[in-house]
Write a protein that binds this ligand. Structure first.
Ligand code: FES
Length: 109
């Protein structure tokens, strides 16, 4: 069995993102950082979602408060990443950690 360890990667200070969803590139792949107001502790919750549509690999883009795939028009909530027109579908997602105002993702090393 191969052991994998997790490493954290900083994505930048929250204050440096003018708006959410915020597009970021990590290891040449496109993602969006999503922000949800008022999590359990009353603070904003951040998620990282892939910009690649789970249907057939199109690239989703922000449009009218959603993330829309231009290939066949699946749409996704710009706060949760869950599909708004294909029940049960969602963009690949992971929670982000906030440490001293900076966003971090966990990477498998
Ligand atoms: S590839 Fe995105 S809707 Fe088909």
């Amino acid at each position: 069995m191969t052991e994998q360890s997790q490493t954290r990667q900083g994505l930048g200070k929250i204050a440096d993102f003018p708006e959410f969803p915020a597009e970021v590139t990590i290891d040449h792949d496109s993602y969006f950082i999503l922000r949800e107001e008022g999590g359990e502790a009353g603070e904003a919750v951040y998620r990282l979602v892939s910009a690649i549509c789970p249907h057939a690999g199109g690239y989703v883009r922000p449009y009218n408060g959603e993330l829309i795939c231009p290939l066949h028009f699946w749409s996704f909530d710009a706060v949760t990443g869950e599909s708004t027109n294909m029940p049960g579908e969602a963009l690949e997602c992971q929670p982000l950690e906030v440490v001293d105002g900076e966003l971090f993702m966990n990477k498998l090393a």
